[in-house]
Design a protein. Structure first.
Length: 174
């Protein structure tokens, strides 16, 4: 028997052994997975349903939610806030006349007029409040702080019929 034949047999055995090991591990894992799937899990322990966010083009509530989400992200990155993005978002979403009025309000009050605060909220919700004249009102609730020390600010965001924000107030326009 030559050396090449022995080497060929040895490599063949090693390959067969490796294939058997992979098959055994694979069967063990699939059997384990099936066994785990068959075990009933109490309701408290089961995983929560994944969160979902949806929107529709042209809806006022979606537009305001998109704006506030992106604006808070741009302002809220404490390591590297993106002032340029926040400015671009204002240019895109705010009516030009309102942007000027808002800048004057911010200078007078010393806070961010979009958030009505110096810092960013920990969370926010956006809800439709219906048609108001030729526009549409959306309610934005900003929650600052965490745990037992939270403060909520409710803002009424008015959009013109062409979807630009024309006012942000703390009282309803409707």
């Amino acid at each position: 028997m030559s050396r090449n034949t022995r080497a060929h047999r040895r490599s063949g055995r090693i390959a067969a052994l490796a294939a058997g090991l992979v098959l055994a591990v694979g069967v063990g894992v699939s059997t384990q997975g099936a066994a785990q799937a068959a075990v009933s899990v109490p309701a408290k322990v089961s995983a929560a349903a994944p969160k979902s966010v949806s929107g529709t083009t042209g809806q006022a509530v979606t537009r305001v939610a998109d704006f506030y989400g992106a604006y808070i992200d741009a302002k809220g990155d404490y390591e590297d806030p993106d002032g340029a993005l926040a400015t671009a978002l204002r240019r895109h979403y705010l009516n030009a006349d309102f942007a000027e009025r808002l800048a004057a309000w911010e200078e007078q009050n010393g806070v961010d007029g979009i958030l009505r605060a110096q810092n960013v909220p920990a969370k926010w919700t956006v809800a439709d409040n219906g048609a108001v004249g030729m526009g549409h009102e959306v309610v934005v609730t900003l929650t600052y702080g965490s745990g037992e020390t939270t403060q909520k600010t409710k803002l009424f965001v008015l959009l013109e019929r062409y979807d630009r924000i024309i006012d942000i107030t703390t009282t309803t326009n409707g």
